[in-house]
Design a protein around this ligand. Structure first.
Ligand SMILES: [Zn+2]
Length: 204
């Protein structure tokens, strides 16, 4: 398994391309339209897009991948905030319509193991940043969206957010067996064990 991290240009989330065979890939949070080119440049065909949540800074490239045949999925319930053009406008992040709309092709639930592009993807519902937020376990990596960052946790003050739920979700991740490389929605990678011991907001 290979996991490519693509940092954003400007204000947007990290995007991840994950492949088992070097040919087909899952994209977690296609933040910007250029993610389609980033996949092509690596010779990857993106079959599925997994959204950790519906915020515009994580989904700006979903349309471009969907147009090329990828199926876009999120946790059941999160469809309601996809696309959240109003929130984007509130942030002044882009002119309405700057990112073409996309639609949700499939949804999944907590604990499901999805078989996509030859990868086993375990879904962990992690509400709190948004009500329908999810994290994904693939191999030795934990894709944590805006739930858990290196040394930090996500915001809970945006629509559908909940501080209590967010803390419970971070603890749910800490309770996983063993250690994982944590690939967050923003910033650098970390490890679950490091965060259990040193996170500034929630510790074991
Ligand atoms: Zn977010």
């Amino acid at each position: 398994m290979q996991s490519y991290k693509i940092y954003p240009v400007g204000f947007a989330a990290n995007s991840y391309l994950v492949t088992a065979d070097g040919r087909y890939a899952v994209c977690i949070d296609p933040a910007q339209p250029r993610i389609a080119q980033e996949a092509e440049r690596r010779g990857l065909s993106v079959t599925h897009v997994l959204l950790t949540h519906g915020h515009f800074d994580h989904t700006g490239g979903a349309h471009a991948l969907q147009e090329r045949g990828a199926k876009v999925g999120c946790l059941k319930g999160e469809e309601a905030i996809v696309p959240d053009a109003e929130l984007a406008a509130a942030f002044g992040a882009y002119a309405p319509g700057a990112f073409p709309r996309f639609h949700i092709d499939f949804t999944f639930r907590d604990g499901e193991v999805l078989s996509l592009a030859g990868l086993a993807v375990r879904v962990i519902a992690t509400p709190g940043h948004t009500a329908g937020g999810a994290s994904f376990l693939i191999g030795d990596r934990l894709y944590s969206g805006d739930t858990l960052f290196a040394g930090d946790i996500g915001r809970s003050d945006l629509p559908t957010g909940s501080g209590a739920q967010l803390v419970a979700s971070v603890k749910k991740l800490y309770a996983l067996e063993g250690d994982y490389t944590v690939c967050p929605g923003h910033g650098e990678d970390t490890t679950l064990e490091y965060e259990r011991r040193h996170n500034g907001w929630v510790r074991c």
